[in-house]
Every structure is written in C-alpha cells, then in structure tokens.
Design a binder for this molecule. Structure first.
Ligand code: HEM
Length: 483
C-alpha cells in the first residue's frame, strides 16, 4: 500500500513539475542539441564530464549585442549559482537579490569614487615597497624559480586592509594575515568544488561532509575577522551626528579616510545594520583581494614570457620616474600608458573572473537564438563568458589569442572589454584594482627583472584551473633578478 502511495505521489509531483515548466520545455525544444531525452535524466549521459549539471535552462553568451543587453536589463544574479555563492557572502552587493542590491549600490558607490580611490595611492605605494622588500628578505631574488602568488596575495590583502578598511598593518599579526589568506583560498576552492558536485548542493548534506565543516570553520574565521575590524574602527570614530552631517554633501562624503569610515558614518545616517556592514566589508575583502592579485600575477607571467614587452615597459617606468629612486605619486599613474595597455591585454586574455551570471527576470529574446526562433524563459540563467569574449576572433580579429598590448592603442578597433563587466551592475572596484595593479607592477619592475619560461610564439599559455577565479595551477612560478 505504502509503495503504491509513494508511486502515485512521485508521479503527481513529476506531472506538476513538468506542467509548471511547460514553457521552459517548449522553448528548450527549439534549441539545437542532442536528440536523446530520457525522462528525469535528460541528456546527462552525454555529459558525464566535470560539468555543472542542471535541470534549468541556462545559456552562455559571448555576442556583444547579447552581452550589452543582458548586463543592462538582467540585473538579477542566477539563482542556481547564487545559493552556493551566497553561502560565503550573504546578501552583500555582489550576490544580493536586486531589491537589496539597489539600496546597497546606492549607499556604497560614493566610497568607490575616483576621488576617494585616488586618495589611497600613497598608502598603497607604501605597501608595494614592503612587498619588494619582503621578496628580497625571503631570498626570492636571484635564487631561481619561486611561487610569487602567495606574496602578491598578501600584498593585495594588505593594500585593501590599510587603504580601504583603515586597518594599520602593524595591528595585523603575520599569523592572522596568513590565517585569513588560507581561509579565503579554502573558501574559494570549496565553492568551486561544490559548484561541480551536484550531490553537495543541499546544505544539510554539505555541512555534514569534512569539506563542508572546514568551509564553515573558514567562514567563521573570516566573519569574526570582519567583525573585529568594524568594532575597532567604530571605537576610533567617536563622532557626533552634527559632525557626520558636516562631512557629507549631496554627492557623498566630503572627506573620509577610508571605505569603512564612509560606511560607518553612513550607518548612523542611513541605518545600515551591523550585518549589512559586515557583509560589505567581506565583499571588499573577497572581491578585492584575489581578483587584483590574480591580475598582477598573470601580468608578471606574461612579462616573463615576453621579455621585449617587459623591456619596453621598464623603459616607460624609468622615463616617467626620471630619478630611479623617486617615490611614485598619483600624477605618475596617468603617464604610464604602456603599463595600462599591458594590464588590459593581460585581463583580456586571462580575466581573473571568467564568468558572470545573470537571470532573465522575464522571457527575453537573445540575438544568439534568433536563428532557432527560441527565446530565453523567465528565471533562466545566462552565463556571460568573459574568457570567451576576450578571445572571440569576430570581436578581436584573427589574432585574438595573441598577446599584443598595442591593440589597445588609441584609434585601434577593439572588441568588448568586460573583465570588470559592464552596465549598472559592473565591478565597483575597477579603479581601485587598476591602481593596485599598476603600483605593484611598477614597484616590482623598477627593481627586478622578471624571468621564466619564454613563450615561443605570440599565443601565451598559462595552465589555469577554475577556483572561482581562473588561476595558474603552478602558483605563479617565476624568477626575479636584481636590476
Ligand atoms: C582585477 C580585479 C577585479 C576584477 C577582474 C573584478 C571583476 C568583477 C566582476 C566580473 C564583477 C561582477 C559584475 C557583474 O555581475 O556584472 C565584480 C563585481 C564587484 N566587484 Fe570587482 N573585480 C576586481 C577587483 C575589485 C576590487 C579591488 C574591488 C573592491 C575594492 C571590487 C569590488 C566589486 C564589487 C563591490 C562588486 C559588486 C558590484 C555590484 O554588484 O554592484 N572588485 N567585479
């Protein structure tokens, strides 16, 4: 009897499930693809590879018309991926549902303005000096290959801590800093593994596994850390409501020392809760450290592969500095034009964030489906393939895979450049990222020559794996030599 009831129950559930998704199946049928369709299993047997399996309708796009349309009109993030990503960053800006994101973006955008970000230059320069000294002190210079990834990771974290969160480095013990870096690395690796392991998607299973328990431990560590940072800053900032009002005008902060100070001042003015504050600080730490550090590391790898590009860049740095021992100031940044092109070319070929996810809030027509006549159903996922866009020959020409910083020379035709995304939900930290990358690369190159395996042709190869970021598997092995 029980078995009969169970079978009837399952059948009813399946019929209701199919009925609710009838429009999705109707549209999916129009998409050209494999013919085999086994009930419940679909085309799983054709994709027994490490792929993300889903019963949803999700389309990937690279076409500029679709990318511009989607980044402008589809502001919701794709729910299936979101559940996993939100496990480490709550409702913070990056993964927040649109109704929460709109308020957060409005509140935080002023803290990322060029005026505020430019005021961080001196502090970041100081961090780059410490980085180059650390490399020398740890015998990384003139001693053969070593993995520079962890050193750059530490630098990026310190730059964010000190410049954006106002946490003085001396307060940050080495053990705390390395515990935080280890925890974030583990969090990203766990999220990437979970994405590709359907059986780990349900929370109640995941948190019972050793990996889930370790993920939770790392999350607790990072959130406690964020809490500590906020509480310490709050103590430092004993300001009255009148003083706060004076520090703001309609365009945002008149003068704040860092992003966190801006948020704390706003929290008294606009009722930002402690949880919101914590989520935004974690966003800064998660979104701002690994991304820039992967960008710097990929560029260093490319400079090792192409010594002529490196030499041209070194000459530019020397020319801009005039006196080789002079400290870099913010006005120098705009004159480092070749550096800007090198960084852009590195981000085009090796974007640290390889995909961006969005959700169609209503049924939409994508350019890529015009021929098949299908439309994207409401709530379907759309994956913007940043990596693919940067290497699309239709956009970048037949030499799309080649490393050529001069393709960004003014007047030359370029394709869609989207490592930081585009549209109203684009990366808020791209100016900070550019400054941090430019300063770190300048500091390293003016002192050291980067060497390693030279590339035999114009198409650079860096063996990468997906770890939320797209990172080199070898931990960014290069050599440094004293200039
Ligand atoms: C090379 C470095 C970086 C890259 C490649 C990068 C890339 C991205 C991408 C692809 C997005 C998703 C945008 C979308 O969904 O359309 C994003 C969002 C974001 N990034 Fe970055 N990012 C970088 C550095 C930074 C830094 C340094 C910060 C902070 C200081 C930052 C803060 C943010 C924030 C707050 C968002 C969420 C924006 C929103 O949803 O409103 N990013 N970033």
């Amino acid at each position: 009897m029980f078995l009969v009831l169970l079978c009837v129950g399952i059948t009813l559930w399946y019929v209701a499930f199919r009925y609710k998704r009838r429009r999705l199946y109707e549209l999916a049928d129009l998409v050209p693809g494999p013919e085999t369709k086994i009930p419940l299993i679909g085309i799983i047997e054709e994709s027994l590879k490490p792929v993300v399996l889903s019963m949803d309708f999700a389309s990937s796009i690279t076409n500029p018309i679709d990318v511009e349309f989607v980044t402008k009109k589809c502001l919701q993030k794709y729910d299936m991926l979101l559940k996993i990503f939100r496990s480490f960053n709550g409702d913070s800006g990056i993964f927040a549902p649109v109704h929460i994101w709109t308020r957060r973006r409005k509140l935080t955008v002023a803290a990322y303005s060029p005026k505020v970000v430019n005021s961080y230059v001196d502090v970041i320069v100081q961090k780059t000096e410490e980085l180059t000294e650390r490399l020398r002190d740890n015998n990384c210079v003139g001693t053969g290959p070593f993995k520079i990834g962890s050193y750059i990771g530490e630098y990026s974290l310190e730059a964010i801590f000190e410049a954006a969160l106002g946490v003085n480095n001396t307060r940050l013990s080495d053990s705390k800093r390395s515990a935080f870096i280890k925890a974030t690395t583990h969090i990203f690796a766990s999220v990437a593994t979970r994405l590709f392991s359907v059986w780990l998607w349900p929370d109640f299973i995941y948190y019972l596994t050793p990996s889930g328990r370790e993920f939770k431990r790392c999350m607790d560590l990072t959130t406690t850390f964020a809490d500590e940072i906020i509480q310490n800053k709050r103590k430092e900032l004993k300001i009255s409501q009148e003083q706060i009002a004076e520090m703001y005008n309609d365009d945002g902060p008149k003068k704040v020392s860092c992003f966190l100070e801006h948020l704390l001042l706003l929290s008294s003015k606009d009722n930002i809760t402690d949880l919101e504050l914590k989520e935004e600080v974690l966003t800064f730490l998660f979104a701002g450290t690994d991304t820039s550090s992967v960008g710097i590391c990929n560029t260093l790898k490319l400079l090792a592969k192409y010594p002529k590009v490196q030499e041209k860049l070194y000459q530019e740095i020397m020319e801009v500095l005039g006196d080789p021992s002079r400290t870099l100031v913010k006005e120098d940044l705009q004159n480092l034009k070749y550096l800007e092109r090198v960084i852009k070319e590195s981000l085009r070929l090796f974007p640290p964030v390889p995909i961006i996810s969005r959700e169609a809030e209503e049924e939409i027509q994508l350019h890529r489906f015009l021929a098949s006549g299908t439309r994207v159903p409401a709530h379907a996922g759309i994956i913007i393939l940043v990596w693919g866009i940067g290497r699309d020959p239709e956009q970048w020409g037949p030499d799309a895979d080649c490393f050529d910083p001069d393709r960004f020379l003014p007047g030359r035709k370029t394709g869609l450049f989207v490592p930081f995304s585009t549209g109203p939900r684009n990366c808020l930290g791209y100016q900070f990222a550019f400054i941090s990358m430019k300063l770190a690369l300048t500091a390293i190159l003016r002192r050291y020559k980067v060497t390693g395996e030279e590339e035999s042709g114009p198409v650079p190869v860096i063996d990468c794996s997906f770890n939320v970021m797209m990172k080199a598997k070898d931990g960014y092995e290069i050599c440094l030599e004293e200039r």
